[in-house]
Structures are given as structure tokens and as C-alpha cells.
Design a protein around this ligand. Sequence first.
Ligand SMILES: [Zn+2]
Length: 166
Amino acid sequence: MRNPIETRFIVDTNVGHLVRKLRMLGYDTLFINPVDDADLVQTADREERVVISGDRRLFDRKLIRSGRVKGVLIDTDQDHHTQLQLIVRTFGCGDGGSFIRCLECNTLFLSKSKEAARERVPPYVYETIAQYAYCPHCDQFFWEGEHVKRMRALIEKLKNESAPPA
Ligand SMILES: [Zn+2]
């Protein structure tokens, strides 16, 4: 398993659609819903997380204004892909795409052998897939199906788009 990226996020409820995408990219991404503004910023401070929010007023809070807590203001009028691009361009996406983190709960996957997955995945999957990712929190096995391939394609696209012009 590769090292997770160092930047950690906390995502506000107004841009909750970014959560799974950021986890997919490998970022440690916390999402609390519902959350009030004070809790959001305090959690960011305590856990050294960058705040991602579409709420301009949040950025007037002292902890953010003073620079103690970092934040990214998302323009919620932009499409979701453009919003994600902004984050990737700002923070990079490291080893993203290595499928290291559960999209549902943010826990790092453990890698599991075919035998460990035998009773837990459909037979046709067991027949064709040799390596599995396991989320100990959700108690679920995951594997490289079409969904993951689409995710990887999206990640490649984001990486290319965020590369500096030659
Ligand atoms: Zn999980």
C-alpha cells in the first residue's frame, strides 16, 4: 500500500458531493453532517485539516481569517469537476488513484488475498480477481471492477489537467 497524501480535509455539508471524490484521490477527508460552523472550524484546527466549503461567511471566522486554519472557498456555481480541479491544482494528488481509502467512511483499506474474500464476494468476482481491498470499519470487500476503472480514468484526467503547461 502506498503512503496516503499528507494534506487532510474537512468538507462542509454545502459541498458534500466532493467527499467521495477526495477520498478516491487518496485524501484523508472528514465529513460530519450535520455540523455547525464553529464545530467545523474547531475540528479543522484540532485535527489540522484544510476546510473545504462553499460558504463565504465561514471564511470570516477568526481561526480561518488569522491563517491558523487553512481553507478553500469553493464556487458552488461551478460544475463539480471544476471544483475538484481547483483542489487538485492547489494540493496536488500525490499517489492518488491507488485506491487506498474507503469512499464511505474514510478508513484506509487493508489488502486481502483471494482466499480471504472467498465467502464474501460473488463467485464470478472470486474467479477473476486476485487482490482485494478490505475496509475494517465497514467490514466490506472491494475490488477493481468497472467502477474503479472509471474512477482511475477520472483521476488521470484530473492529473493531466492540473499539470503545469509544458
Ligand atoms: Zn469503510
